[in-house]
Ligand binder design. Structure first.
Ligand code: ZN
Length: 533
């Protein structure tokens, strides 16, 4: 992490106490819901500021001005799109991917495969699916292939021994606001599959759950969300090479960095089939795990010690950008999955994410890891309980047990719920303003209050407001929210010693950005994505 000084103050966005009092008036123009939320703050701040222009310190907002975290209003267009998610279509996608017999990454170099089998044929099919979806939305998607050759290595543990062609396929739903179109959220699954021997490129490797299910989530999100327009962009992805060593996602994450994608969220879906093996397997069809790293992966070895020192001194070991993304997923879930509110889909008992505060399953990794290593917020969705008889196995029956990742063990209704949750998160974040920038806690005053300041996100539309959120240090998700209206600074009577703060942007319809952890003034906000363009 590079602790460069904050960017120079701009007259238009540098918060000052004088500017703050001017910023109070536009709050009156907020949407009714926000106006209500902003009112206590407005009263508590406006009166002292108006009465005394010389007031040296910013007015103090009492903790009681905050409200308990509550679901944001559902976006009717997104809620309608979620209803379009089809278990039958998901079944058709997974069944078709299984028909390629093997999608082993190494099969791209085989010349003796039957026609219509192997990973290259499946890549062409996925590309054709994205093009079909695009044709149905007036060519709204830019469909692309990221073709490259992994050189291979002779190392003993190498899973690619000779130069091998890999292809990632992706489609971009370009944002409609030129000022925000480079902001992106991304959904991915891996379309390669495997059997017991990772070097085997010929045996049947259906990969129905691992990970045709994740590819189906990506394709189905593309189908239902491409009917809508968002100010920022959504990228729908299927990568290769996961089983060989995350090769496809690594290439795409580096491409994203090189091309300056401002990636704000990566949703990796891997093994989201809701294994249906008969008997008591401990499966929970109403829960999907969301894994997120707590401490950001070091993007450079040189920066790691400084990064760890800062995290240690702030106590922010559970507040990586990926963890804040995971918290957002729970809030979006409560907006779209309760089943009893207007504009929500009815799923009973409510399908829900379970946050696992760990980068991935124990000692394991996935494609989100590649994005984390390039500094992007990325999480992994995986079914509640994996069944290892149906994962990375040769097809066979042994002692009456069917081994192999077969279509018959996938629950298409479960995959549809995972797709709905992904689509809700992608849609809400693509509609929301960008995250606030240069978010800081001012620490000059040694007291039991907390003063925060930040700058508007690039390209923020008129009417963007802000929420300061916080939680006691032993709580997993945000518990309180305080609207500051359009003000970009606040002083609140809550001790920074006892809680973790975040700041997020909110648009006039209530779409919320991911929250940003404030850093002490003088430190830069960890913005992982480059901001080229
Ligand atoms: Zn997998």
């Amino acid at each position: 992490m590079n602790f460069a000084p904050p960017r120079p103050a701009q007259p238009s966005d540098q918060p000052s106490r004088t500017a703050f009092s001017h910023r109070l008036r536009p709050q009156i123009g907020l949407a009714p819901g926000l106006r209500l939320l902003a009112l206590p703050l407005l009263l508590s701040l406006a009166l002292p500021a108006a009465c005394s222009a010389q007031t040296p310190a910013q007015s103090l907002v009492p903790a009681s001005a905050a409200r308990a975290i509550a679901p944001a209003p559902a976006d009717p267009a997104i809620a309608a799109a979620l209803k379009q998610v089809s278990p039958e279509r998901i079944q058709a996608i997974i069944a078709r991917l299984v028909e390629f017999k093997t999608r082993a990454t190494l099969s791209s170099m085989d010349t003796d495969l039957a026609p219509g089998t192997g990973i290259s044929a499946s890549a062409d099919w996925i590309e054709a699916q994205f093009k079909q979806i695009s044709a149905e939305c007036n060519n709204c998607l830019e469909v692309k292939r990221d073709d490259f050759v992994e050189p291979g290595s002779d190392a003993a543990n190498s899973r690619i021994r000779k130069p091998t062609r890999l292809t990632n396929v992706y489609a971009v739903l370009r944002g409609t606001d030129p000022a925000q179109a480079n902001r992106r959220v991304l959904v991915t699954g891996h379309y390669d599959s495997r059997v017991t021997d990772i070097m085997n490129s010929h045996s049947d490797a259906p990969g129905a759950n691992d990970d045709a299910s994740g590819v189906a989530v990506s394709l189905e999100c593309a189908r239902v969300l491409s009917k809508l327009k968002f100010p920022s962009s959504i990228v729908f992805v299927a990568v290769a090479g996961e089983e060989q060593g995350l090769n496809g996602s690594r290439h795409l994450a580096r491409l994203a960095k090189a091309e300056g994608w401002q990636l704000e969220a990566v949703l990796n879906n891997d093994i989201v089939g809701g294994d249906t093996t008969p008997g008591d397997t401990g499966q929970d069809k109403f829960a999907v795990r969301v894994f997120s790293e707590g401490v950001p992966s070091p993007t450079t070895p040189e920066g790691a010690p400084d990064q760890i020192r800062l995290i240690h001194s702030l106590g922010s070991d559970s507040d990586s950008p990926s963890r804040e993304l995971a918290r957002t997923i729970t809030e979006v879930s409560s907006t779209y999955f309760p089943g009893a509110r207007p504009h929500t889909i009815s799923v009973r008992p409510p399908f829900h994410p379970v946050l696992i505060f760990r980068a991935d399953r124990y000692l394991r990794g996935g494609d989100h890891t590649s994005f984390n290593l390039e500094g992007f917020p990325a999480v992994r969705f995986t079914e509640w309980q994996e069944n290892f008889n149906h994962q990375h196995q040769d097809l066979r029956v042994e002692n009456g047990i069917q081994y192999g990742d077969l279509l018959q063990f996938v629950d298409f209704h479960y995959v549809a719920n995972v797709a709905r949750l992904n689509a809700a998160v992608l849609g809400d974040l693509a509609a929301a303003p960008g995250v606030p920038e240069n978010v800081h806690i001012l620490t000059q005053a040694l007291d039991n209050n907390t003063e925060l300041q930040w700058q508007p996100p690039t390209g923020a539309s008129a009417g963007t407001s802000y929420e300061v959120v916080w939680r006691p240090t032993d709580q997993p998700t945000w518990t309180e929210a305080l609207s500051t209206g359009t003000a970009t600074t606040v002083r609140v009577a809550v001790s920074k010693d006892n809680v973790i703060f975040g700041v997020r942007s909110v648009d006039s319809a209530g779409h919320r950005s991911i929250a940003v952890l404030p850093l002490p003034l003088g430190r830069t906000t960890p913005r992982p994505a480059t901001t080229k363009n």
